[in-house]
Design a protein around this ligand. Structure first.
Ligand SMILES: *Cc1c(COP(=O)(O)O)cnc(C)c1O
Length: 338
């Protein structure tokens, strides 16, 4: 099987498995796990933030951020196609008790003027705007990189209104590699950040959230409340450190592979690539083939290629560490033969 469903399917490298085996550990709820502390410090330094916290998943990290930044009855501004709004089981409402105010972005980027006008006025009728969220890279926009000037402009509007900004950077390192800039150049425009170790970076488990010392102190408490306080968790933090040390620069290869795959798919009859390929995600419209996305996905599966549906017409292909150029060539041959 050539698995192009997601970069979450990557398996830990040999070096990660060795690091897990050899990790020095302690009880992390007592903050005594040296490997977790090293991972958190390394991540905070890379992001240019005061502190960081290792969490179980990207979803947990985003939710802890929302819980920490907001109060029940607040409103938060999110992009209409964002992960936080679409793919987290309405957790912002279920847990934090906030309501979303959505803005339709252009390739995932919200217009700063629209953000500004969505901020609630101080009035007895209105919810208070408690948080603004940005997603970079943007998943539903096909791995689109949110431009830094857009982030800077939103950050400016937010600060002028004393509203914090959270970055859902599940694929932040893909954005950084595509821009050719360190992650801190992106993270500087947000108060807090979440990124996944377990997607393109290849670690088996975990995400990082980062922000001020005070934010992380409160976030640690929310993580505990949610049952995310883990004990000798250096076992899984160690592969995360290996991910940050060895797997960042090579994301450029996934991006090249995505361009190669998109070009081949675009040259296939009845398949239209609908996104600009900034990073490692390709979205194709298969309706010209007279197939729904589910039928297309099932057909490819029968022939040894796994991809995922992205709505009734769209199919998503994601390149990652566990698919090399040869397998992508094979996948293209299979698609073109069908
Ligand atoms: C995958 C993803 C998440 C959630 O990460 P999990 O570790 O799967 O919970 C959040 N935001 C975006 C943009 C994602 O792509």
């Amino acid at each position: 099987m050539i698995d192009l469903r997601s970069d979450t399917v990557t398996k830990p490298t040999a070096e990660m498995r060795k690091a897990a085996y050899e990790a020095e550990v302690g009880d992390d709820v007592y903050q005594e796990d040296p490997t977790v502390r090293e991972l958190e410090q390394t991540a905070a330094d890379m992001l240019g933030k005061e502190a960081a916290l290792f969490v179980t998943s990207g979803t947990q990290g985003n939710q802890i951020a929302v819980l920490t930044h907001t109060r029940k009855g607040d409103e938060i501004i999110v992009e209409q196609d964002s992960h936080i709004f679409n793919y987290e089981g309405a957790a912002i409402s279920a847990f934090a008790g906030v309501q979303p105010r959505t803005i339709k972005g252009d390739r995932g980027a919200m217009d700063p003027r629209e953000v500004e006008s969505a901020i609630q006025e101080d009035d007895v009728h209105n919810p208070e705007t408690g948080l603004i969220c940005i997603e970079n890279t943007h998943n539903r926009a096909g791995g689109a990189v949110i431009p830094l000037d857009n982030m800077a402009a939103i950050h400016h509007v937010a600060s002028a209104n004393h509203i914090p900004v959270h970055l859902d950077g599940a694929r932040l390192f893909n954005a950084a590699v595509a821009l050719g800039q360190p992650v801190k150049d992106i993270a500087q425009y947000t108060d807090t950040v979440q990124f996944c170790l377990s997607k393109g970076l290849g670690a088996p488990v975990g995400s990082i959230i980062a922000g001020s010392e005070e934010f992380i102190k409160q976030a640690r408490k929310w993580r505990k409340r949610l049952g995310g306080g883990l004990r000798q968790v250096g076992i899984i933090a160690a592969p995360g450190l290996v991910a940050l040390r060895t797997m960042v620069d090579r994301l450029a290869i996934d991006h090249e592979h995505a361009k190669f795959l998109a070009e081949g798919l675009g040259n296939t009859k009845g398949i239209e690539v609908v996104n600009q390929i900034d990073t490692n995600i390709i979205l194709v419209d298969v309706s010209e083939r007279g197939l729904t996305s589910s039928q297309f996905v099932a057909l490819l599966k029968e022939h040894g290629v796994l991809v995922s549906t992205f709505g009734p017409k769209l199919v998503r292909f994601v390149t990652h560490y566990d698919v090399n150029k040869e397998s992508i060539g094979d996948a293209l041959r299979i698609v073109s033969k069908l």
